[in-house]
Design a binder for this molecule. Sequence first.
Ligand SMILES: [Zn+2]
Length: 321
Amino acid sequence: MARILRFFSFLITLTTFFYIDAFAQQPKKLKTIIVDAGHGGDDYGAVGQYENSLRSNEKDVTLAISNQLVAELKKQMPDVNVIPTRTTDIYQTPREKANIANENKGDLFLCIHADSGPLQSGRRQTGTRTVTRHKITYKGKGKKKKKISKPYKAVEPVYEYYKMPLKRSGTSVWIFAAHKTSDKLKAIMHQEGQTEGEFEIEAGSDSSYNSIDFNTPEGRTIAQIYAKRYQEKSDRLATYVNDEIENTNRAALGVNQRQKGIWVLQATNMPAILIETGFINNPEDEEYLNSESGQKELAKAITKAVLRYKSQFEQSKTNGQ
Ligand SMILES: [Zn+2]
């Protein structure tokens, strides 16, 4: 009997939840976007290492692109609060970055990174040198065997070794892995700065504000639904970013889920994407990432994708898809 009652109370909770979510009177607004410049301070990220590379650091490139992105987002969306996790060269733990996003109740979390990959070594001949070698022969047999060493001159090549540039180039977009949804769940259920066990549904929308006890099995189901929705939204935004990169005629490497998981994407209570803007060890990409025109083009492409996401988000009645 108690179990049946519990089941019915769960159904009522779920129905109420969807009712509030689906029939919210006020239109939903995308209010806050968090932009995270990856790495910083003592955490350099990837470093340009191939021969004749600009020796650029990922932390500097991500900061420059993020600053451009923040400016472009503000310009195109004056009604949105755009919050960078950092604007200077400081170190932050992933937890600090996630906390900034969660405490500011972001509606979107955009992480800016640059990619790298293992570099192959090459060698080239720079000249020759004459060396003395010894030809060894033996004379006699048994205990009388004698070693005879005869010197002679030989010419051998001299090589120098270098790191070959990465061939791979382009921009890829990452979302949290499906099997890591439980971590996203934890972020939803244990958001700091809120009453324990309570959660603001669709952060930033007063009309659909509701409190749910996530320590109950029912609450857990609801949190799971939200984790899934965040993943769907993250995937949609990631797809738009990939589309816009394609429009810039640079290689768009698609939307990916990393097997290892990406901590900041999972610890944030909002849709979140990570953009690997380019390969720091590919010469064309490295130059692009370091150029103001490249940084601006990336900022514009990402902003266009966010605009598309925003208008869809605000037009949809339920925001549930
Ligand atoms: Zn990185």
